[in-house]
Design a binder for this molecule. Structure first.
Ligand SMILES: NC(=O)c1ccc[n+]([C@@H]2O[C@H](COP(=O)([O-])OP(=O)(O)OC[C@H]3O[C@@H](n4cnc5c(N)ncnc54)[C@H](OP(=O)(O)O)[C@@H]3O)[C@@H](O)[C@H]2O)c1
Length: 336
């Protein structure tokens, strides 16, 4: 079997394909024949060397992968051979709040899914929705679960609430789709008119171009009659947080997920205080959240947005394509 390994901070050129014997699952472990993986911002952070969690040397790349159970070790009861499963990004985080002893993560301190076969703990697996192909389901573990957690991890939305999503990355597109399941109104920001049209086609009620309107918070306030939004799914970080604080309603919630917009002023304490909102930091999510999200996806026949699928042999091209930033939806790698 073949696996792509990487070197932390080594850039895309450090991705190398190695051959191994197919491993045997031990007690409580499952051998998964991986059928598809997808890329997330974390993969580029690891290759750049600015990922906040530990990454082991020569790790098998990529957190997000799905496949079918090919063999089970002794003591396994949660899955059987032939089941279609996904790996939970934090396999030790089963339920409840996050703690640092649950920080080992697939494609970081643990080997990842850009491989033909993976041995995983049965505890870190979830069944994938029946109506999704392997390629579609491969988009869920990081971006999907993070968006689900960001939206539902505090007070879940009520119909009629307003949710603000930033940009059209993987987390933001899932947040838009999930917010619509809750009957919320969605205001999205993006960088181009073409993406604005695609966001509207996906269900966004209003779209604000943050490139042509750097004071986009004022447009968001106006669209909410001055009240502000109930939720912000904050993926920009220091570069957008100040505007998010100016966009949120009193007692609204900002779920801070990421740091896409770097190098701009950090927030002021005065802005934080006067927002009268809750600011919570999100770390992907637990297995229980993954299962709850899958149930919502299955019942509502929700389909993830895929930009492009690359074959396993062209995985390095998939990374280069992702790094170039010209995409709308997830970038997926199809394994044999
Ligand atoms: N805390 C966690 O556990 C966790 C989990 C998942 C992701 N994250 C983080 O969350 C962020 C988003 O992840 P992702 O996977 O969704 O990323 P992604 O798919 O790579 O998102 C890329 C998109 O973000 C948008 N973007 C870029 N700069 C922006 C800016 N200044 N303001 C608003 N949007 C901007 C662009 O869309 P437009 O052209 O439409 O603006 C771009 O196409 C990343 O920083 C990632 O590391 C954190």
């Amino acid at each position: 079997m073949k696996s792509y390994h990487l070197t932390y901070g080594g850039g895309i050129d450090s991705l190398v394909l190695r051959e191994h014997e197919i491993p045997k699952p031990g007690w409580g472990e499952v051998l998964v024949r991986v059928r598809a993986t997808s890329l997330n911002a974390r993969e580029l952070m690891i290759l750049r060397g600015d990922y906040p969690l530990p990454v082991k040397p020569d790790v098998v790349a990529v957190s997000d992968g799905v496949g079918e159970v090919a063999d089970i070790g002794e003591g396994v009861t949660r899955v059987k051979v032939g089941d279609r499963v996904a790996a939970s990004l934090f396999p030790l985080w089963l339920d409840g709040p996050f703690s640092f002893d649950m920080a080992p993560q697939i494609g970081g301190s643990l080997d990842g899914m850009l491989t033909e076969f993976a041995v995983l703990s049965e505890q870190g697996l979830v069944l994938i929705p029946d109506h999704l192909s392997f390629e579609e389901a491969a988009t869920l573990p990081c971006a999907g679960v993070t968006a689900w957690h960001a939206l539902t991890g505090g007070r879940p939305p009520f119909p009629g609430d307003t949710v603000l999503t930033l940009g059209s990355g993987g987390v933001s597109l899932f947040a838009l789709q999930f917010a619509k399941l809750y009957g919320a109104r969605v205001i999205a920001t993006t960088s181009t008119d073409e993406k604005a049209n695609r966001l509207k086609a996906l269900g966004a009620d209003e779209v604000v171009n943050y490139r042509t309107n750097s004071d986009w918070h004022a447009a968001v306030r106006k669209l909410t009659g001055g009240r502000g939004v109930d939720y912000v799914i904050e993926v920009g970080g220091a570069g957008t947080l100040q505007n998010s604080l100016k966009s949120v309603a009193v007692q609204g919630q900002i779920s801070w997920v990421g740091v896409l917009a770097q190098g701009e002023p950090a927030i002021s304490l005065a802005a934080l205080r006067s927002a009268f909102a809750t600011l919570q930091f999100i770390a992907v999510g637990s297995r229980a959240q993954f299962i709850a999200m899958n149930r919502a996806i299955e019942v509502n026949r929700l389909k993830p947005v895929i930009d492009r699928v690359f074959p396993f042999e062209e995985a390095v091209d998939a990374f280069r394509y992702y790094q170039a930033g010209q995409f709308f939806g997830k970038i997926v790698i199809r394994h044999g």
